[in-house]
Design a protein around this ligand. Structure first.
Ligand SMILES: *Cc1c(COP(=O)(O)O)cnc(C)c1O
Length: 222
């Protein structure tokens, strides 16, 4: 039997205190989440809107929910009333919809801009230039009901550790550059969400502030 709380504790004991651990409970049953929550661990992430809504509805309301998967703009309305952070913001349209739905829900929605750092074609995300052009636009700064907390990225799925390290390093450098140029007096934009079960140690060495760990905590998925 997988002991979720014990696995969370083990990881927390070995990472720096400034790094946030987001346990990714996708595909795993509510009971596993509930037992960890009852032990005091109240942050979880999911990658599908439908699963996230179902788990939100059936579990205690003190859980901080993170959406880490690809986010379609027509589904933001289902998450807007409760989600804490959307990690994979990858279009200007999505930012605008988040702002609109946040306004309707009477909330501020937090997001991370997802940057395409991997070699694979399949992974979502902005290029660096696309992000600069969004941040250069007045439209973006007019979106008052969203807070951009930083960047998120997924490294190439490869045994080549040097490659992974370089991708993380570049993401961190880009966040620092954007922070300086666009958010100098802003208390937000300090986060870099990078690192999963297989590469979180490298990610932390390269300056990750948020790691998203699934299988190492909840066991392998089918
Ligand atoms: C599934 C998932 C994770 C966690 O993956 P593991 O390898 O199981 O740790 C992290 N981030 C995203 C975006 C995911 O979809």
């Amino acid at each position: 039997m997988v002991n979720v709380s014990e696995n969370i504790r083990k990881i927390l004991a070995e990472i720096p205190s400034g790094v946030k651990l987001i346990p990714i409970s996708k595909t795993k049953p509510e009971e596993m989440i509930l037992s960890a929550r009852d032990d005091g661990f109240k942050t979880f992430g999911e990658n599908k809107v439908q699963d996230l809504v179902r788990k939100y509805e059936s579990l205690p309301k003190d859980i901080e929910w993170h959406m880490v998967g690809h986010m379609q703009s027509n589904k933001v309305k289902y998450l807007a009333p409760f989600v804490y952070l959307i990690h994979g913001v990858d279009s200007f349209k999505l930012l605008k919809v988040m702002n609109k739905e946040a306004l309707k829900a009477g909330r501020i929605l937090n997001g991370l801009l997802q940057i395409h750092i991997a070699r694979e074609q399949t992974k979502f995300g902005f290029s660096e230039d696309e992000v600069r052009s969004i941040l250069d636009s007045d439209d973006f700064w007019g979106l008052k009901n969203i807070n951009i907390l930083g960047l998120m990225g997924m490294a190439t799925n490869t045994p080549d550790i040097r490659q992974v390290r370089n991708e993380f390093r570049r993401l961190k450098k880009f966040q620092e550059e954007l922070k300086k140029s666009y958010f100098p007096d802003n208390k937000y934009f300090n986060e870099v969400s990078m690192g999963m079960s297989g590469d979180y140690k490298i990610a932390i060495e390269e300056g990750s502030t948020m790691i998203r760990v699934g299988s190492l905590i909840f066991g392998p998925r089918n």
